[in-house]
Design a binder for this molecule. Structure first.
Ligand code: NDP
Ligand code: GDR
Length: 372
């Protein structure tokens, strides 16, 4: 019988300590919000950074364009590889080529509402994709050489069992996305225990930034506030205004990811701010940055937010944005990360909103100028 635990591809590798004296990171999801901030952080720290990008008919590298250099003209420490978490062979090939010392698995279909419409795809990429990457590590025999970070999420908590939520709170996911990430969480724990891999779950609560995708609620709000202020949009349509989230800044959170992989032993950590705020407060504070006061009238589907200065309705509820099952309240307890990793978020809620709204105002103004 063959040894099921032996690597399939025998690479000529130095012993783990010597191998890890290089600093080579591989990031799946490098074109996303977190991937771009993490790549910047690791380059600053002297890493060679490799990223997996998907083939797309349109340009999908906007967030990392400033890091990229034409390798013919100015070779640098930032390289992109075509790949996909649904393609095992491709992952094996990239690993054998790059020989990373740290892998950050950030790639995912990350939109909770979309996961109800694309449940199987989300399970494939977010759940099985994690398994494929872990198995690729074993296939090339890197399981004792490489450190692995899994982008786990507060969506694992889902239905409120207790607050604040910590590493010991039971999971109860409420979406196909949450369920797929639950598989990813446990397969990461399982490979750590079964094969002695250095593998960590970062259970990250919502984190935002000016680079946040425009269909997530915070960025949708900050962008609409800027456009409404400039007269380019009349009204913002939202779903559940009462959902509460623990919102931090993505830049702080990628630093926590890196810290997790620098510990003597692998473990799982919550990163959160320890504060929670409803969506409607995010709306009020975003408009307030632009000098607009929002007050609410009506209830349920008829509820609307109006501009106190003009009386104009600028926010309406659209049931299209409701989810078949909602996560009502997320509030994280980052005590373990603060104690063990020395991690602490730097950006508070109000500063996050201000940064996002001001960035969108600048972007929206420059688009006006472009068209004039
Ligand atoms: P984004 O949606 O901004 O980025 C997702 C990234 O994954 C993109 O680079 C995307 O590529 C890539 N991707 C999507 N599908 C595949 C695939 N099949 N194969 C390879 N790559 C793929 O997410 P964030 O940056 O916000 O989040 C990063 C990770 O952290 C995700 O796994 C997310 O689920 C998780 N997370 C995020 C939190 C948050 O609040 N932001 C909180 C907790 C966890 P492309 O650009 O081509 O679409
Ligand atoms: P979330 O983020 O589902 O928490 O997942 P999102 O910003 O999509 O929703 C947050 C809350 O706002 C409510 N909401 C709306 N959401 C969106 N997208 N659009 C709307 O118009 C709208 N109106 C109200 C939602 O119902 C929800 O309650 C994010 C993702 O980054 C995940 O990948 C990550 O794992 C979790 O955060 C932690």
């Amino acid at each position: 019988m063959s040894d099921a635990h032996a690597p399939f591809v025998k690479l000529d590798l130095p012993p783990p300590e010597e191998y890890r004296s290089r600093k080579v990171a591989l990031i799946s999801g490098i074109t996303g919000q977190d991937g771009s901030y993490l790549a910047e952080l690791l380059l600053e720290k002297g890493y060679e950074v490799h990223g997996i990008i998907r083939r797309s008919s349109s340009f999908n590298t906007n967030r990392v364009q400033h890091l990229y250099a034409d390798q013919h003209e100015r070779p640098n420490k930032f390289k992109l590889h075509y790949g996909d978490l649904s393609d095992s062979t491709n992952l094996v090939y990239i690993l054998a080529q790059v020989l990373p010392t740290e892998i950050y698995n950030l790639g995912a279909q990350s939109h909770v509402k979309v996961s109800f419409e694309m449940a199987e795809y989300t399970a494939d990429v977010d759940g099985l994709g994690t398994l494929r990457l872990l198995d690729a590590i074993r296939t090339v025999g890197l399981e004792k050489h490489v450190r692995f970070y899994q982008a786990s999420t507060s969506e694992l908590y889902g239905k409120v069992v207790e607050t604040p939520q910590s590493e010991t709170t039971p999971f109860y996911p409420r979406s196909p996305y949450g369920v797929a990430k639950l598989y990813a969480y446990w397969i990461t724990v399982n490979y750590r225990e079964a094969y002695g891999m250095y593998a960590c779950n970062g259970i990250l609560f919502n984190h935002e930034s000016p680079r946040r995708g425009r269909t997530f609620v915070t960025r949708k709000i900050s962008r609409a506030a800027a456009d409404i202020c400039l007269g380019k949009q009349h009204c913002l349509y939202l779903g559940n205004l009462d959902a509460q989230r623990d919102w931090g800044h993505a830049k702080d959170y990628v630093e926590g990811m890196w810290r997790m992989l620098q510990q003597p032993t692998p473990d799982d950590f919550v990163l959160a701010t320890g504060e929670t705020h409803p969506v409607r407060e995010f709306v009020e504070k975003s408009f307030a940055v632009l000098g607009i006061t929002v007050k609410w009238r009506g209830s349920g589907l008829e509820e609307e937010g109006y501009n106190v200065q003009t009386g104009q309705t600028i926010v309406r509820v659209d049931s299209h944005y409701f989810r078949p099952a909602e996560v009502d309240l997320l509030l994280g307890n980052p005590a373990k990360a603060e104690r063990v990793l020395g991690w602490k978020r730097k950006v508070d809620f109000d500063s996050l909103i201000k940064e996002m709204v001001e960035s969108d105002l600048r972007a929206s103004k420059s688009l006006v100028e472009d068209h004039n």
